[in-house]
Design a protein around this ligand. Structure first.
Ligand code: FAD
Length: 551
């Protein structure tokens, strides 16, 4: 397994070999491609200029969903394909995905009526091959209010009730990367592709990349190079000869997090907005999160942030559907914003542009993949690796095997055994110096990798000098040694989501997390200062303190 402590050896490997495939981008798309390719027998390198999942793949609505709303646009094939993927993603990674019953209320003069909801959900079940016990139910107005008393009762006609899956997008991406590494892929974060290397026939045979930790150049040779950089695909294509027949259109979507004290939602719900869009509100532990918006975006892709207008829009949507909830932007504990990489379609508004993915290849041989959804990552990977295998000589490589391949941490005996797996681990926790509750939480979070985290706890309990709780400290050690976390933000945002869902703990622990990671990874003084600034800035942005200060 790759550790951030071993960056130097990883860089040497990247410099040394000629790989079959070089993947640019460590979001879910690139991660999926690396895993698919390596498990077919290709040698694979993957480089990511930020942390893994730091782009759109940590900024989504965090649902593994079939895209019900695309039925309205008659994208039947897309819905059928990604709808079926939901259960596959779930079974391969039960520790990062869980079923979430979703309420779809309908009111007089709403987007959907009883008939369209019933027919739409039935079609959804059919297209996605949903198992019997999870097929849609139709509820009366009274039954709807029993499920969720906060829903607007005026003009309520009833609701559809159907299953989606909730996930942790960044952790899902990281579990895919870890599995790819376990299978032999060489993956490195904080390495940015700067230019391509061409042969005499003007074909791409690799890339020059910059290690952003050491500022050193790395030369990576590969037979095929894939640009899986999401919202950045156009800027990476611009490093190759520019033959821009297709262009991306970027749109921004934000989410807000409210404490259950102020918005005590019991039930996940997908609801109409006053401007005829649809928005999710999802309970998660002590919080409720709401999203998303959809507006054209032309600012800094690396650091999209929620502004007051975005936040007001979502608060307006909440008041519209939940009239007894009174929240203001003061109640917004945290926010995040993501950028959708959509394929340009003239004359369409943001919500109408298709979410389907496309693959194309430049004259110099660069493969580019764009569009798509988190949920469909495995099928996207399969299609691009099929194309690569064809060009490399199909007979050398096996078929796609990811359909039944557990992701890292997923070996818990299947979804039906997960609860008993957690219960067993909980029993063991005390012998590692952890409470049963901590053991339970960790087992749910790390799945079959939890033993490693327990082992760190066991070792650290007698030697720890940090004031951090033992379980958190063990998580930091695991994140560095098994998940390639390099900066404190990697840990507090992508490895744990603390910035979004436990923002008070983020504020409490951030300085100590920096101190611990500094000792383990030997940051320079400059790095330490930069990381401190980054920690503080992200806090200000997520909690809207920055935008409020600017008003
Ligand atoms: C608001 C919002 C909500 C969404 N909700 C859902 C949802 O609930 N369910 C769902 O299925 N989908 C959802 N999506 C869609 C989904 O999140 C995206 O389709 C998916 O995350 C895109 O992943 P990606 O890997 O293509 O891009 P990214 O995750 O952005 O990854 C691209 C990576 O490339 C890296 N990169 C760029 N340039 C370089 C370079 N020169 N060298 C090296 N690396 C580079 C970037 O740093 C980045 O990490 C949502 C999207 C948004 C914006």
């Amino acid at each position: 397994m790759q550790s951030s402590v071993e960056r130097k050896q990883i860089v040497n490997t990247l410099n040394f070999y000629e790989f079959d495939v070089l993947v640019i981008g460590g979001g879910i798309t690139g991660a999926g491609i690396a895993l698919d390719a390596v498990t077919r027998g290709m040698s694979v390198a993957l480089v990511e200029m930020q942390d893994f999942a730091a782009g759109t793949s940590s900024r989504s609505t965090k649902l593994v969903h079939g895209g019900l709303r695309y039925l309205k646009q008659f994208e039947v094939k897309t819905v059928a394909e990604i709808g079926k993927e939901r259960e596959i993603v779930y079974e391969n990674a039960v520790h990062v995905t869980e079923p979430e019953w979703m309420l779809l209320p309908f009111h007089k003069k709403g987007t959907f009526g009883p008939f369209t909801t019933s027919a739409g959900l039935k079609m959804y079940d059919f297209l996605a091959g949903v198992k019997k016990e999870e097929r849609r139910q139709m509820l009366s107005a009274e039954e709807t209010l029993q499920k969720e008393p906060l829903v607007k009762s005026k003009d309520l006609l009833g609701a559809g009730y159907y299953v989606e899956y909730r996930t942790d997008d960044a952790r899902l991406t990281i579990e895919i990367i870890k599995k790819a590494i376990e299978k032999g892929a060489v993956c490195l974060n904080y390495t940015k592709v700067k230019s391509f290397i061409y042969n005499d026939e003007n074909k791409i045979i690799g890339a020059e990349v910059l290690d952003l930790v050491t500022n050193k150049r790395i030369v990576i040779h590969a037979k095929k190079v894939v640009n899986a950089t999401g919202p950045w695909v156009d800027s990476v294509r611009a490093l190759d000869s520019i033959e821009n027949n297709k262009k991306l259109k970027l749109t921004k979507g934000i989410h807000i997090v409210i404490d259950q004290k102020h918005f005590p939602l019991r039930q996940a719900i997908y609801f109409d907005t006053p401007d005829k869009r649809m928005v999710f509100a999802i309970p998660r532990d002590e919080k409720t999160y709401i999203g998303t918006t959809d507006t054209f975006f032309e600012e800094d892709i690396q650091n999209p942030i929620a502004n007051q207008e975005d936040v007001d829009y979502l608060i307006g949507a909440v008041h519209y559907m939940f009239p007894n909830v009174t929240i203001s932007s003061e109640d917004v504990e945290s926010t995040w914003a993501g950028v959708r990489p959509l394929i340009y379609e003239d004359g369409k508004n943001p919500s109408e542009i298709s979410r389907k993915d496309e693959v194309w290849q430049s004259l110099a041989g660069l493969f580019t993949i764009a569009g798509g959804k988190l949920t469909g990552y495995r099928k996207m990977a399969e299609s691009i690796v099929n194309a690569i295998a064809k060009q490399l000589g199909e007979e050398q490589y096996g078929p796609c095997v990811t359909k039944h391949l557990m992701l890292s941490g997923g070996d818990v005996g299947g979804s039906t055994q997960f609860e008993s797996f957690i219960a067993k681990k909980q029993e063991l926790a005390e012998s590692y110096g952890l409470s049963r509750e901590e053991g339970r939480k960790l087992a749910k979070f790390y799945g079959s990798n939890v033993d490693r985290v327990f082992q760190y706890a066991h070792i650290l309990q007698s030697v720890k000098t940090s004031s951090l709780p033992l379980s958190l400290l063990a998580q930091i050690y695991y994140a560095i040694h098994y998940e390639m976390a390099y900066s404190p933000v990697d840990f507090l945002v992508r490895r744990t989501s603390m910035l979004y869902f436990e923002v008070d703990l983020y504020a409490t622990y951030k300085d100590e997390v920096l101190k611990v990671m500094k000792d383990l990874l030997h940051y320079s003084e400059q790095e330490t200062k930069n990381f401190q600034k980054q920690l503080d800035k992200l806090y200000e942005q997520a909690t809207l303190k920055e935008s409020r200060g600017a008003h």
